[in-house]
Design a protein around this ligand. Structure first.
Ligand code: HEC
Ligand code: HEC
Length: 287
């Protein structure tokens, strides 16, 4: 009996060490990320006038995001061969997401959040691609973006491998979760001379002129722990409610810019890590 147990344990360890990532687990993780914190569909799924997603057009693109710097059309990222990314290899899609380079070598511009996505771990970006493969192909030809600003030649040197961040360290994981996966700080950090001013991370102030084709303008909030200007006095539950339901601490409904419909699927554990990160930021007064 004892011997049998040892053999059993031994073979289990062997299987655990040699097995490639379980494809189902990869798709499950990818679905959790894409339908939650990463929220690709917040840009890549077209919306109706009331900001709800257009049914049957999930990730099919065509959505106009208009700012003084660009008229950007989020492309079709379904598996359609001709009008989507169905013919791209896994490596090509990974390079597009993390490095902003298409298979033909052209550069992908803002507001696709490449500076944040460069931090995505290999296993998370693979999970996202595995999930994208399961999304129904939709035929939809999308117009090309017009930029009024020069695009960078590249978003940085080739990436190589990016390691996972351990969940055991809430601050490190929350930082990874909010930035590399959630790109929270690409909206909530002010820009100075065309670049993010990371000395004021989370200070807000960034004006979205015609976000997501919606006829409204909104200013990204200060989400540092500053007691008056930021969210320093908010309880954890108030912060969670703002992120997942779009309701501010005073009960005001937030403009439908953040991906509330997706963020509501974030697990409690991951929200807790995100809050640990937000509370760690240096409090920023307004400029
Ligand atoms: C904040 C909005 C936004 C988010 C979030 C976003 N994208 Fe994009 N994405 C864009 C825009 C806009 C473009 C086109 C930029 C251009 O025209 O150069 C783009 C381009 C792309 C492309 C290139 C497609 C092509 O045919 O050229 C891929 C692939 C892509 N995104 C995948 C993703 C995935 C996967 C996610 C989630 C992990 C994601 N994007 C999240 C806005 C976004
Ligand atoms: C696409 C840009 C964008 C992204 C990405 C984004 N936010 Fe926001 N956020 C905003 C804007 C704009 C507001 C203010 C909306 C309003 O005032 O109606 C806001 C408001 C908030 C508020 C409420 C603050 C207040 O005083 O009411 C919190 C908290 C918040 N965001 C946290 C986050 C977190 C955490 C993330 C990442 C998971 C995130 N945001 C991602 C644009 C964004």
């Amino acid at each position: 009996m004892r011997r049998l147990t040892i053999i059993f344990v031994f073979s289990f360890v062997l299987i655990a060490c040699s097995a490639a990532p379980d494809p189902d687990a990869l798709v499950t993780r990818g679905a959790y990320l894409v339908n939650g914190i990463v929220a690709c569909g917040n840009c890549h799924t077209p919306r109706n006038a009331d900001a709800t997603a257009v049914e049957d057009m999930r990730l099919a693109g065509g959505f106009l995001i208009e700012e003084p710097a660009f008229r950007a059309y989020a492309p079709n990222i379904t598996q359609d061969i001709e009008t989507g990314i169905g013919s791209w290899s896994d490596e090509e899609i990974i390079r597009a997401i993390r490095e902003g380079v298409r298979p033909d070598g052209t550069i992908i511009g803002p507001p696709m959040p490449i500076p944040s996505y460069r931090g995505m771990s290999d296993s998370d970006v693979r999970a996202i691609v595995a999930y994208l493969r399961t999304v129904a192909p939709v035929r939809n030809v999308v117009s090309r973006t017009v930029y009024n600003i020069p695009l960078p030649e590249s978003w940085g040197p080739p990436l190589g491998t990016v390691a996972d961040v351990s969940r055991d360290d809430s601050l490190a994981y929350g930082t990874y979760f909010g930035n590399a996966l959630g790109h929270c700080m690409e909206c909530h950090t002010p820009m100075s001379e065309g670049a993010f001013d990371f000395s004021r991370t989370g200070a807000g102030g960034f004006v979205l002129h015609k976000p997501f084709g919606l006829e409204l303008a909104a200013v990204a909030a200060n989400i540092t722990p500053h007691p008056e200007q930021g969210i320093g006095e908010w309880t954890d539950d108030e912060i969670k409610r703002a992120i997942t339901q779009g309701i501010s601490s005073d009960g005001r409904k937030l403009a439908p810019i953040m991906a509330f419909d997706y963020y509501q699927n974030i697990s409690e554990e991951d929200l807790d890590a995100l809050i640990v990160y937000l509370r760690s930021l240096p409090p920023q007064p307004p400029e």
